[in-house]
Design a protein around this ligand. Structure first.
Ligand SMILES: Nc1nc2c(ncn2[C@@H]2O[C@H](COP(=O)(O)OP(=O)(O)OP(=O)(O)O)[C@@H](O)[C@H]2O)c(=O)[nH]1
Length: 359
């Protein structure tokens, strides 16, 4: 079968959807739009996009789900639901296996679902020459050659456009997400955190567990002005770049890392409890402390931590982490301080909301 066999109505509709997709200016909405474009074309109600890191573990998953709901007027309508999760811990082993196979083979893979008897179909998503994601959907029949060509074409347009949008969200020096990206996505991330109890389903209908407690940390380089003053800005930039690489090495692929300001970074991550979150950041602090920075030698960081309870305002939580950072600086630097413990011990006052430098 060739593209000529595609139903006549499908091509105008596809072009229209591609036009809509490329009018979007936000990567998260773009992903939703991709799944929204492909689902009706493939005749499926669910599809998922797994973003993977260099080691093929999924770092972020978007599930798109359509269901038929009969409304009060008696007419059945399609209702759309999108779920985004940042924790790969509970992805089904069957899906994990497929992600690995797609990554190794660099081409689409199909296997029979052990639970529903549907076919699980996975397509690689390329970012440059690397695979940066996998599209997965389940259906009762193989994709035809025409469908295969359409899916690959749509994924290519999507990937090229995603790269363009992604550049504008990145800090030029470190490649981490920039402050603008944090501010733009803060409310969306918060909504995801507040939904942790809701069931999330993978394309073959199985339940995917959501994440544990979330935390925000602000990481600030100590006496960084001295680095610039003594060694110059080029060396200072190299220090920032190396610290960002140490952060990437020490944190998990699913953690969100931002360069928030000059020598200030923000990390959004999940951890079991405060002890666990502190231990993760202590590991990072120690890695920076032990690292030999060219010319400069030793550099240290101070870290302020706060629990990111979705019932609190994101800006408020960030200001608490900032308050804890201030305390870490005040009490000697090269330390991790967490706001909730400082409050319990009466070592800090609650900052007056709205008075923070952040936002
Ligand atoms: N090289 C380089 N320096 C930067 C960049 N952005 C900000 N800075 C410098 O970072 C320094 C921050 O200095 P301060 O805010 O005084 O803080 P500090 O010297 O780190 O002191 P403490 O935070 O109190 O430990 C300033 O000298 C800025 O010029 C950057 O992109 N590259």
């Amino acid at each position: 079968m060739s593209l000529n066999d595609a139903p006549k109505m499908q091509i105008p509709s596809l072009l229209h959807k591609l036009g809509k997709m490329t009018s979007i200016r936000d990567t998260a909405l773009l992903e939703q739009s991709l799944l929204k474009t492909l689902c009706p074309m493939l005749g499926v109600l669910d599809a998922s996009l797994y973003r993977v890191d260099d080691l093929t573990s999924a770092v972020r998953v978007l599930h798109h789900h359509l269901s038929r709901v009969v409304e009060s007027d008696g007419i059945a309508r399609l209702v759309e639901r999108n779920e985004e999760i940042y924790n790969e811990a509970n992805i089904d082993p069957e899906i994990k296996g497929m992600l690995q196979n797609v990554r190794l083979l660099g081409k689409p893979c199909t296997r029979k679902s052990s639970q529903t008897q549907d076919l699980l179909i996975a397509y690689p998503l390329f970012g440059g020459r690397e695979i940066c994601g996998v599209l997965v959907f389940a259906r009762d029949r193989e994709v035809t050659l025409t469908e295969d060509a359409i899916v690959k074409g749509v994924l290519e347009v999507y990937a090229n456009y995603y790269d363009l949008l992604d550049i504008s969200q990145r800090d030029r020096l470190t490649g981490l997400l920039n402050r603008q990206a944090l501010e733009n996505s803060f409310d969306r991330i918060w909504t995801i955190l507040s939904r942790t109890d809701e069931p999330v389903r993978s394309p073959d209908g199985r339940r995917v567990q959501a994440a544990s407690t979330h935390w925000i940390a602000i990481i600030d380089v100590d006496h960084f002005k001295n680095v610039n003053d003594n060694f110059g800005h080029v060396v200072g930039d190299e220090v920032l770049l190396l610290i960002s690489r140490l952060m990437m090495a020490e944190m998990r692929g699913s953690d969100l890392l931002f360069r928030y300001g000059g020598e200030e970074f923000v990390v959004l991550f999940s951890a079991k409890d405060c002890e666990d979150a502190t231990a993760i950041l202590e590991r990072l602090r120690g890695a920076v402390e032990r690292h030999g920075f060219p010319q400069v030698g030793q550099v240290t960081v101070s870290i302020g931590l706060s629990m990111a309870d979705p019932n609190d305002l994101p800006q408020e939580v960030l200001s608490w982490a900032d308050r804890a950072l201030y305390q870490a600086k005040k009490t000697g630097r090269n330390r991790v301080c967490d706001y909730q413990s400082l409050r319990q011990r009466g070592e800090v006052e609650a900052p007056s909301y709205g008075g923070s430098e952040l936002f």
